[in-house]
Design a binder for this molecule. Structure first.
Ligand SMILES: Cc1cc2nc3c(=O)[nH]c(=O)nc-3n(C[C@H](O)[C@H](O)[C@H](O)COP(=O)(O)O)c2cc1C
Ligand code: SF4
Length: 451
């Protein structure tokens, strides 16, 4: 078990403290407890050396895809003296994901310090904190923390970071309008530019042509909040947390080092957000951190981190929650590591229908397989759930789902992969329930044969 948290060191969390005692850490409180020392250290380093430390730590993005942060930072083209951006993804709209909100509400300066270090490392002059529109309370807290950072010379004129690209560094908060697709990095950029949140075709990747056509780094809140402890304690210290790369994997496959915020929701006794080593077992998350299942309910399955990752099945209760989860347990990946526990009394057919409805509703509509396919999945699953489905419908569902997404190469962004993996993994792992749902058809055909 983790001895001392690195992300929630100031935020009481199970098992180190009582979440009821949480309060927002001010700039002064943050500084009193070692805050902004990592920035001071980074300011004494060459920008490229900061990137090397983050690369050596093998820090992987915490927004869902797990892309190595240091590698992303090194994709920027050489400086040309013009403006360059950092966009911080605080959209957090993946269903049942609520981990970034804890950092924003209770320790905003840890993220702000990570933002400043990233700007220094990548020589970025302007940062936009893109927060989902509905998070009014979090917006107020973060806006206040930004003001504090300006007052104490982190940003703005005469910033302690000095001028970058001949500009004083600035951090602005930008509110989204609350669309799930705006969490996708290029839709976020469109929205930031004041346009409709439609994902862009990649390449060019944002590091080359991002906000307003300029080089832009996009990172998740938790990814950036993990940077200050890495700079303070070093890459080797960071790598004593989490789990190494899988045995036999080539060196370019990144490991799952570090700690992670895990969020658990569903029928458990103590749902919430806590920090642990990557590689935490699902069974331990439920039993040791969340007080077990509520009302003696039995575990049936779990969503590892956003339904776009698919589901873990009945026999995957001992799954290790790390970035290798996809290969080991036949789901898309770890995603946000915000687990939704599914109890025995939930119908998986209803759940698949509900997921399909969500993706169909949230599709931006640019790609036909996502716009039309998503709606088909929803309609056919509704039919199956109502008892009017046939075995052919089950084949049709798997065929339609398998044809949508950026991995089969038919869509621009990963939203359609989310719909695809949700429906296919629920069907594959709970096939018995789908068979039972169409069994009425079998009775009808037997009756016809009997005549
Ligand atoms: C449909 C969709 C929604 C997404 N929503 C979010 C989100 O709410 N927050 C987030 O950090 N990343 C989200 N992502 C992932 C981002 O596109 C991007 O990979 C991430 O912000 C990069 O940050 P990281 O490298 O620090 O993880 C989403 C991706 C897709 C396809
Ligand atoms: S996959 Fe779906 S959400 Fe993504 S760009 Fe295409 S239509 Fe829009």
């Amino acid at each position: 078990m983790l001895e001392s948290p690195m992300l929630l060191s100031r935020v009481p969390s199970v098992p180190h403290g009582d979440p009821a005692d949480r309060r927002t850490i001010s700039y002064d409180d943050y500084v009193k407890t070692g805050g902004y020392e990592a920035l001071d250290k980074a300011l004494g380093m060459e920008p490229k050396d900061i990137i090397e430390v983050v690369k050596a730590a093998e820090l992987r993005g915490r927004g869902g895809a797990g892309f190595p942060a240091g590698m992303k930072w090194s994709f920027l083209p050489p400086q040309d003296g013009e403006q360059r951006f950092l966009a911080i993804n605080a959209d957090e709209s993946e269903p049942a994901t609520f981990k970034d909100q804890v950092l924003i509400a209770f320790d905003p300066h840890q993220t702000i310090e990570g933002i400043a270090i990233c700007m220094r490392a990548c020589q970025l002059d302007t940062a936009y904190f893109y927060i989902r529109g509905e998070y009014h309370h979090h917006r107020d807290i973060f806006e206040n923390a930004i003001k504090e950072a300006y007052t104490h010379g982190v940003f703005g004129e005469n910033s302690r970071m000095g001028k970058v690209n001949d500009r004083w560094p600035n951090l602005y908060l930008h509110r989204g309008a609350g669309a799930y697709i705006c969490g996708e990095e290029t839709a976020l950029l469109e929205s930031l530019e004041g346009k409709r949140g439609w994902p862009r075709i990649k390449p060019p990747f944002p590091a080359v042509s991002g906000a307003f056509g300029r080089p832009t780094i996009i990172n998740n809140v938790e990814t950036l909040a993990t940077v200050p402890p890495i700079i303070t304690n070093g890459a080797e210290w960071f790598k004593t947390h989490g789990v190494p790369r899988p045995e036999g994997a080539p060196p370019h496959v990144p490991a799952s080092y570090g700690t992670k915020l895990f969020g658990v929701s569903g029928p458990v006794n103590k749902p919430g957000v806590f920090e642990e080593h990557l590689g935490l077992k699902l069974s331990d998350a439920i039993e040791k951190f969340c007080g077990g299942m509520m009302h003696g309910k039995k575990y049936k399955g779990a969503i590892p981190g956003g339904i776009s990752m698919g589901v873990l099945g009945r026999d995957q209760y001992e799954a290790e929650l790390d970035f290798d989860i996809g290969k080991k347990y036949q789901c898309l990946g770890l995603g946000t590591a915000c687990v939704t526990v599914i109890p025995e009394d939930v119908s998986m057919v209803a759940m698949a229908r509900n997921c399909a409805r969500f993706y169909s509703h949230e599709s931006c509509g640019q790609c036909t397989p996502c716009r039309e396919g998503g709606n088909w999945l929803y309609k056919v699953l509704s039919r199956v759930e109502q008892g009017d489905g046939t075995t052919k419908d089950l084949d049709l569902l798997l065929e339609v789902a398998g044809s949508m997404g950026s991995m089969p190469g038919t869509t621009i962004c990963g939203l359609a992969d989310g719909a695809n993996w949700a429906v296919r993994t629920i069907m594959n792992k709970f096939w018995d329930e789908f068979e039972a749902a169409v069994s009425k058809e079998r009775f009808v055909s037997l009756a016809v044969v009997g005549q």
